[in-house]
Design a protein around this ligand. Structure first.
Ligand code: CA
Length: 225
């Protein structure tokens, strides 16, 4: 997924850029409103600081929205409620206030992408991953080489979550929250057990790489990273 980051504060932009890349996002970073509007794209989402050196970020937001439907997440040091409301009225999809953690930003990006990519009848069928694996999210069924794979409910939930964005690094906390319980504080060994089961049952179609100290990354076999 390609992110256009519009932020003039270099330390903030650098840490955000590094964090996003670590989670599998591609980041184009510009420091002015003019550069944001001149960026040729394509990008999937815009992270837009409001306090820019050359122009008000709200004007950039309005101009970007005037051109199309790209999701815009406003980031700002201004905790002013008015800015938030105006930003959303001008077409921003969400808003984060500084200071923020990279995980919070990633969670917002994923939530916004889920909202703006509603399923159309054309892609209502199962999702395909490479040549061998399909995940039918409506029926909660998984097929490998055309044969249904018997997965435990949590194995299915885990696969459905990890395949939302192949190649992206998901932290153990994100996975536990999404698949098990929003308030899970217990041991995460059960996650490793489920990952092992998916690796075994879907061997050859996907790989699930463990990233030490962080989490897991699902890759579709045959996909070039
Ligand atoms: Ca700024």
């Amino acid at each position: 997924m390609h992110v256009l980051l519009v932020e003039d504060d270099e330390p903030v932009a650098e840490s955000l850029r590094r964090g996003l890349k670590r989670y599998g996002f591609e980041v184009d970073w510009v420091t002015t409103g003019a550069a944001a509007l001149a960026h040729p794209g394509p990008y999937d989402v815009v992270l837009l600081d409001l306090g820019l050196p050359d122009t008000d970020g709200l004007d950039v937001c309005k101009a970007l929205r005037g051109r199309g439907d790209v999701p815009i997440i406003v980031i700002s040091a201004r905790s002013d409620e008015t800015d938030r409301v105006v930003g959303l009225e001008l077409g921003a999809d969400d808003y984060v206030s500084k200071p923020f953690g990279v995980r919070e930003v990633i969670a917002r990006i994923r939530a916004v992408m889920r909202r703006v990519r509603p399923r159309t009848p054309a892609d209502a069928g199962p999702d395909r991953y490479g040549t061998r694996l399909t995940v039918d999210r409506k029926a909660a069924r998984v097929h490998l080489d055309g044969a249904e794979v018997a997965l435990a409910p949590k194995e299915y939930d885990l696969l459905a979550f990890l395949t939302e964005e192949p190649g992206a690094l998901m932290s153990r906390e994100q996975i536990m929250e999404a698949v098990w319980d929003a308030n899970w504080f217990g041991p995460t060994k059960t996650l490793d057990v489920h990952v092992a089961a998916l690796r075994r049952k879907l061997a050859g179609a996907i790989t699930i790489e463990a990233v030490r100290g962080v989490g897991f990354r699902l890759e579709v076999a045959g996909d070039t990273p």
